[in-house]
Design a protein around this ligand. Structure first.
Ligand SMILES: [Zn+2]
Length: 325
């Protein structure tokens, strides 16, 4: 009986063991199926997500022009009636007004100016500082040549508004002014106030000097600086063929007691692009100041140019009978 019981017990234990093992295997298989199913679902979800993302980015890049077109359209609407339904192609419209003014022969102050190549081979850049030094009342046998040498040393240019009574006795100085690449302007025959003269006298006071300049140099002088900067409507009408050139930086170098540092400081403190600086090459203190002025301005990056050049660099046409400063 004990044997039978032992056998039976062992049989039962084995059966129970197999039963538990089968149950464990089934549970494991079921768990595997569940996990595998979840993995497949997750994989499908991930792949689907990636596909959607790729498709989304492609469609977004295609749609970009539409969204990018919105700001130009909205700016267009500031000038175009609101009822206009602008297409995306209007995005190119803003570039058109920028190119058209360049093709116009008219000077447009808003259009970028191109560098100027001068007759003597200099390239002048309107986007860099430039100004014009001017010397009145000469030529002076004592100082003008020395001023020219300083200008040449720094490859600088200036304009000399000569008085006829001095110019006619010094044709060689006039030639040297031209040979130095500088410009000659007309400061009348006898430095008389043009507003005090008849039209015919005022015209003769200018044209006699032009004859002197032409005889000495072969250059047609075409700019006038009225003595004392004095002009009125009658003068402008009489000198309708000649631009009248004033200044906007006055060194007052002719005043008694004016020192070299006064003059140099005046120029350096007031220098600006397109400035026209007034000096007189008949004073020693002026001549003594010129090197510091030219050197200082050159070191500051200024292009020292003639009157014709200072206006050309601004795109300004010099007009006869018109005052420029
Ligand atoms: Zn003068």
């Amino acid at each position: 009986m004990d044997k039978h019981n032992d056998y039976y017990d062992s049989y039962e234990r084995r059966s129970a063991y197999r039963y538990r093992q089968n149950k464990r295997r089934k549970r494991a298989r079921n768990q595997f199926i569940v996990i595998a199913t979840v993995c497949v679902i997750l994989a499908i979800a991930v792949i689907t997500g990636i596909c959607l993302a790729v498709a989304g980015s492609n469609s977004a890049s295609v749609a970009t022009p539409d969204t990018a077109a919105t700001p130009p359209n909205s700016t267009d609407l500031t000038t175009v009636p609101v009822t206009t339904t602008a297409s995306p192609t209007t995005t190119v419209a803003p570039t058109k007004p920028n190119t058209e003014p360049n093709e116009s022969p008219e000077v447009n102050p808003t259009s970028p100016l191109e560098p100027i190549v001068t007759a003597d081979g200099r390239t002048l850049d309107p986007n860099k500082p430039f100004l014009a030094l001017t010397f009145d009342d000469g030529p002076s046998t004592e100082y003008t040549e020395k001023v020219l040498k300083i200008l040449q040393k720094y490859n600088a240019r200036a304009t000399f508004f000569v008085v006829g009574s001095r110019a006619e006795n010094n044709p060689d100085i006039l030639k040297d002014i031209v040979n130095a690449g500088c410009q000659i302007g007309n400061h009348t025959m006898a430095h008389s106030d043009l507003t005090d003269q008849s039209s015919s006298a005022a015209l003769a006071a200018v044209e006699d000097v032009n004859d002197i300049i032409y005889d000495a140099t072969g250059v047609n002088c075409h700019i006038v600086r009225p003595p004392y900067g004095s002009f009125d409507d009658s003068v402008c009408s009489t000198l309708s063929a000649y631009p009248l050139i004033l200044w906007d930086v006055d060194t007052n170098d002719w005043r008694t007691g004016r020192t070299k540092s006064d003059i140099v400081d005046c120029v350096m403190d007031n220098a600006h692009t397109a400035a026209v600086v007034l000096m007189h090459d008949i004073h020693k203190v002026t001549m003594d100041s010129v090197e510091d002025i030219v050197k200082g301005l050159t070191e500051k990056g200024y292009q020292l140019v003639t009157i014709d050049e200072v206006y050309a660099l601004q795109g300004i046409e010099l007009l006869g009978g018109t005052v420029h400063n």
